[in-house]
Design a protein around this ligand. Structure first.
Ligand code: NAD
Ligand code: TYD
Length: 373
């Protein structure tokens, strides 16, 4: 089935005030940019402004639109761990829709320091649920009927697949890293608040995203930047772990459809039919650099097998039948095109990558080797 993606303004309808948590991060930033470009809603961006946060991309959109910051885009610099601050932020935003993306998101960091994942992803989600529960009680009947809390989660909650099969909404949870366990816990809290307190929620579980503006600690930016610098490219273990790659703008399409048209209490799996081994991804990036950045060619010589990630999940893959059939979602990019555009983007934005790495005090080195603290 092929359907045209409805416009953002059509999807939002009468929803004028949108609270996005984690809107200074990679995927949240893409959501905020879409809302600013394609609707006239006011966006409240609740983010603790942690190591992975940056507002450059949003400022560029505001400049394009000739809009001052603080009018349609309102940053709320709040840590979800602070229940009182979260409650105040939700009261100020008075939202018609909450899209909850804020989370610690890097598996390797969850191995080096799991505590932040427990407090941000689990306690943080609990604090948001409580604040949103009170908010819904204050809403008029009409606004309450249209209200949704959309919880954005990951396919990693389902664990690790063998060579066959794909995750779907009915796959039992089996998280295996501190990151995925903290996201699984947050998914359970959201479902519990729906069943027990009647909170109108929607959940999505998506596969690995890639695209511009991702903090350069995850596979695709790391490999592109290392290759461009002529540095060893770290490939964990045997390089045969499989991820199902989805271009971030396709994820944003799915998020807006689920948030605005998803059924309350329902979850939707999102994935782009983009399964690749890490070795294939790394080799594709190297081949692209050989063409566009030939000084270190052949870049594949830089690929270096390094010690594996502890507990490294073997394979993730998503069956997106539900969101395709019920909400008409289709990815608009295939991995080959999306990856080529993304690699080109990182090559053109190396200054931004250096800036955010410096701000985060991160030198691009290996994370998550589970060394004694
Ligand atoms: P990211 O790390 O780029 O951004 C996360 C943002 O959340 C950051 O700006 C951070 O400051 C903010 N945040 C974290 N803890 C917070 C707290 N306690 N209070 C307030 N703000 C806080 O992550 P991302 O890749 O954009 O992921 C966004 C969401 O999507 C996450 O919930 C993640 O689990 C989920 N997800 C990510 C992927 C992926 O491939 N990146 C795939 C599926 C789902
Ligand atoms: P990552 O981008 O961290 O996403 P996730 O762990 O959430 O899937 O890693 C994607 C895959 O790439 C994962 O199997 C680990 C592997 N990987 C490497 O081989 N080298 C690297 O430098 C990084 C960051 C990841």
């Amino acid at each position: 089935m092929s359907q045209t993606m409805p416009s953002t303004a059509d999807l939002l309808g009468n929803r004028r005030r949108i609270l996005v948590t984690g809107g200074a991060g990679f995927i949240g930033g893409a959501v905020v940019r879409r809302l600013l470009r394609d609707s006239d809603a006011t966006v409240f961006n609740l983010d603790k402004m942690g190591y992975a946060s940056d507002l450059t991309s949003i400022q560029e959109v505001l400049a394009e639109q000739g809009e001052a910051d603080g009018v349609r885009h309102r940053l709320q610099c709040v840590d979800l761990k602070d229940a009182e601050a979260v409650d105040a932020a939700v009261r100020e935003a008075n939202p018609d829709l909450v899209m909850h993306l804020a989370a610690e998101s890097h598996v390797d960091r969850s191995i080096s320091g799991p505590g932040e994942f427990i407090s941000s992803n689990i306690t943080g989600t609990y604090n948001l649920l409580q604040a949103v529960r009170s908010h819904v009680e204050r809403l008029s009947e009409a606004r309450a009927a249209a209200f949704r809390l959309h919880h954005i989660s990951t396919d990693e909650v389902f664990g690790s697949l063998g060579a066959e099969g794909r995750f779907s909404e009915t796959t039992p949870y089996d998280p295996r890293s501190p990151y995925s366990a903290s996201k699984a816990a947050s998914d359970h809290l959201v479902q519990a608040w729906h069943h027990t307190f009647g909170l109108p929620v929607v959940l999505t579980n998506c596969s690995n995203n890639y695209g511009p503006w991702q903090f350069p600690e995850k596979l695709i930016p790391v490999v592109t930047l290392k290759a461009a610098a002529g540095e060893p490219i770290p490939l964990y273990g045997d390089g045969l772990n499989v991820r199902d790659w989805l271009y971030v703008e396709d994820h944003v399409d799915a998020l807006l459809l689920a948030a605005c048209r998803g059924q309350s209490g329902r979850s939707y799996c999102v994935g782009g039919h983009g399964e690749k081994t890490n070795k294939e991804v790394v080799t594709t990036i190297c081949n692209q650099l050989d063409q566009h950045h030939p000084n270190n060619a052949p870049h594949a010589h830089l690929i270096t097998r390094v010690i594996d990630r502890p507990g490294h999940d073997r394979r993730y893959a998503i069956d997106p039948t539900r969101i395709t059939e019920e909400l008409g979602w289709q990815p608009r990019h295939n991995v080959e095109q999306g990856l080529a555009a993304t690699v080109a983007w990182y090559l053109q934005h190396q200054d931004w990558c250096s800036k955010v790495r410096d701000q985060a005090n991160y030198d691009g080195g290996r994370l998550g080797l589970n060394r004694p603290q």
